[in-house]
Design a protein around this ligand. Structure first.
Ligand code: F0G
Length: 352
């Protein structure tokens, strides 16, 4: 049977009101792409995979959670949804609200959202509100707004988001036949870490796996509250999706790192950009900077001797597509040349 999307494929394993009619764009079932070249650079016998979540309908993993959140919201009678966002949640909420035929309001930090995400939110018809402030400010605003109005909050503080996002762990287990030894992923608001841990914990409980992975969470050095152990008031990083100073799911993610025997670490913007480039140029996987952060941090941990991945299976969550952030993809790169429209000119250029 054709793929049904997250809600109908996994309904029996999700907390969702019985009978809620799926609002879906047939998200999920993303590929677990082997990364053989990068695996070799990590050590002998490493099996490395990217869970390429950029291939979801709006271009990020947020669609898994949003289909469940909007399905539940519509079932509960909501006429409008609201979220704070660094961009991907906004685009995803806008897409699913459009699908459901309800209103969507997104609140984003002015000037700190990648072009393709803003374009997505606008294209899907959301009301886009920019603030002179951070994501953390925006989240406080929408939490309060949802209490003082009929707007339904669809950030990952909404439990339906975690339910949907945990299905990525189910798919990893489907593909590998067990949980991997290590899972590395970027940490922003910490919802996705919470969701993967829940998913792998569910799998262990149902007996589909023999173990849960060691979870390595990675934040950008200029935006690393969980590494520092306190909120950051003015987070800064090129990885704008994870430019978050006070993660809403801090405690749940901290539990995941602790229970799994993993940890949370920081990595520089330069290392993030280098890994994004390596993923694109050595493996053909084009992701936004935030999405390369998990693997960048994991590689750093290996280089420092903090992790020995030899002979192990490692899954890196690659959270969003690179086409959403064209400015970062092109920054610091040579501009394409322009030549006369002749074959001679072309061959001269090729040989240069
Ligand atoms: N990667 C990407 C591409 C993201 O957009 C986000 C979060 C994360 C990683 C971090 O995930 O927050 O669950 O720890 N983006 C949110 C947004 C904050 O508004 O789009 P997290």
């Amino acid at each position: 049977m054709a793929w049904q999307g997250i809600v109908d494929e996994y309904r029996s394993r999700l907390e969702l009101s019985p009978g809620a009619k799926a609002v879906s764009l047939l998200e999920g079932r993303t590929p677990l792409v082997p990364l053989p070249r990068l695996a070799r650079s990590l050590g002998e016998g490493v099996e490395l995979y990217a869970k390429f979540e950029g291939l979801n309908p709006s271009g990020s993993f947020k669609d898994r959670g949003m289909t469940v959140a909007v399905t539940q919201a519509v079932h509960d009678g909501a006429q409008a949804v609201v979220c704070a966002s660094t961009g991907n949640t906004a685009a995803s909420a806008a897409a699913y609200a459009a699908r459901a035929g309800i209103k969507c309001v997104v609140v984003v930090p002015e000037g700190k959202v990648a072009l393709g995400k803003l374009a997505g939110a606008i294209a899907y018809g959301a009301q886009v509100v920019q603030i002179r402030g951070s994501f953390d400010d925006a989240l406080l605003m929408v939490r309060e707004a949802s209490q003082r109005s009929a707007l339904c909050l669809v950030n990952s503080v909404n439990p339906s988001r975690i339910e949907g996002q945990k299905t990525a762990a189910f798919e990893v287990v489907d593909d590998l036949g067990d949980a991997p030894d290590f899972l590395c992923l970027p940490v922003g608001n910490a919802g996705n870490t919470t969701a993967y841990w829940k998913g792998f914990s569910d799998e262990l409980q149902t007996g589909r796996t023999t173990k849960r992975p060691v979870v390595v969470g990675v934040q950008a050095a200029g935006s690393a509250p969980m590494v520092l152990g306190h909120p950051v008031t003015d987070p800064q990083t090129v990885a704008t999706a994870i430019r978050i100073g006070n993660p809403a799911r801090w405690n749940e993610a901290a539990t995941a790192f602790r229970e799994s025997g993993g940890h949370v670490r920081a990595v520089s913007d330069d290392a993030i950009l280098a890994m994004a480039r390596a993923l694109a140029q050595e493996e053909g996987v084009f992701c936004e900077p935030s999405s390369a952060t998990g693997l960048a941090g994991f590689a750093k941990a290996v280089a420092e001797g903090a992790i020995d991945p030899r002979g192990k299976r490692v899954v890196a969550v690659v959270t969003g597509h690179g086409m959403k952030d064209p400015d970062n993809a092109m920054a610091g790169r040579p501009a394409p040349v322009t030549i006369d429209a002749t074959t001679d000119a072309l061959l001269r250029e090729v040989e240069r």
